[in-house]
Ligand binder design. Structure first.
Ligand code: 1CP
Length: 324
């Protein structure tokens, strides 16, 4: 998950002096930052070191990731002219994507048999940053635009779907074994708005990798009411945050969809017996799904003790082989 590396001293040392998005676009550095948590924790897969706004930067949007803030967009997108300006930037060509493809290829070679997960932001979450101009709690401006000017909204989401879908496709073509779509802020939407104004664009984004034959994972936070709709845009696996017990998520999905989740990041700071009981509970609740990708319900907090993460990984592996 996002910021897995941030809790590691070796991450902070390797990143020192390099801006976040510049790190993502330096193939050797992005590869090293991807490998660090895999080496240290012995997880079963890596997630490529990048960010959901990387394709925006590559296509020419003025975006920066400000430390302690997150993505900031210099010229927020609010009108038909603003969307036309985005289209004038042209498509996300293979040439523009070269640093990403190179970073993935280096990482896949270094990982050997350990699979690499590629990822991209879903059109709504990207649009939320583009319209708001940066991180926001309620995504009010984005949700207003969705209703005040549905034509501009649909145009913006279609543009975002193609840019982010092309970014995802480049990673899969360079060798990732799975593709994850992050709709982190979809939880601010009603089911009706999600289905009418967002789901078609998410389906379009995932459509960019459909013919490549890799499994797709679709994740959001606060999306307990949207799980079925998020699967139905064409995802193979649905990510679940910490708010919903996994067995209830499995039930809502009809028992036929593999799930990913959902250790509560807050419990990484609890005494070990409390965390251990929580991890065992998550594993037991996920056992009823046709598949369970064990991970955190959201990103790793930067102040997490890395040794606690290693211990969680060991516990999950021990339970899997029936030794604990
Ligand atoms: O663990 C990893 O490093 C994996 C790579 C990764 C991923 C999967 C990063 C690096 N970002 C992401 C996805 C991402 N980026 C999401 C979707 C997943 C999620 O919800 O966590 C989102 C919403 C972003 C946007 C973003 N980038 C934020 C959130 C800001 C907000 O609106 O609240 C932040 C803080 C970033 C910066 C970022 N991206 C990644 C890292 C390691 C960092 C921190 C940079 C640093 O300070 O070192």
């Amino acid at each position: 998950m996002r910021q897995a590396g941030r809790s590691l001293p070796e991450y902070r040392a390797a990143r020192a002096g390099t801006a976040m998005l510049d790190s993502c676009l330096d193939p050797a550095l992005a590869s090293e930052l991807t490998l660090q948590p895999v080496r240290r924790h012995g997880v079963d897969a890596g997630i490529f070191f990048s960010d959901i706004v990387v394709p925006l930067r590559l296509v020419g949007v003025d975006v920066e990731i400000k430390p302690g803030v997150g993505p900031v967009i210099a010229d927020p997108v609010r009108t038909a002219d603003d969307v036309a300006r985005l289209r004038d930037l042209g498509p996300l060509t293979a040439e523009r994507l070269a640093p990403v493809a190179e970073g993935v290829a280096l990482t896949v070679a270094a990982l050997g048999t350990t699979p690499l997960i590629g990822f991209a932001g879903a059109p709504f979450t990207l649009a939320a940053y583009l319209v708001e101009g940066g991180p926001s709690r309620d995504h009010l401006a984005a949700r207003t635009l969705m209703h005040a000017d549905p034509a501009v909204w649909d145009d913006l989401l279609t543009w975002a779907a193609d840019v982010t879908g092309t970014f995802l496709r480049a990673q899969v073509e360079a060798g990732t074994s799975a593709a994850q779509l992050f709709d982190s802020w979809a939880g601010s939407l009603s089911l009706a708005d999600y289905e009418a104004r967002v789901a078609p664009a998410s389906a379009r984004a995932l459509g960019h990798v459909r013919d490549l034959g890799v499994r797709t994972v679709h994740f959001g936070t606060g999306t307990s009411e949207l799980l079925v709709a998020m699967r139905d845009v064409g995802a193979d696996v649905v990510g679940v945050d910490h708010r919903l017990p996994l067995d209830e998520a499995v039930r809502r999905l009809g028992g036929t969809t593999p799930v990913q989740g959902n250790i509560d990041p807050a419990l990484l700071f609890a005494p070990w017996p409390v965390l251990e009981a929580h991890v065992r509970d998550v594993l037991a609740r996920g056992a009823g799904a046709p598949g369970h990708v064990v991970n955190l319900g959201h990103g790793v907090p930067p102040e997490t003790d890395p040794d606690v993460l290693t211990r969680v990984v060991r516990l999950v592996h021990d339970v899997e082989v029936g030794e604990a």
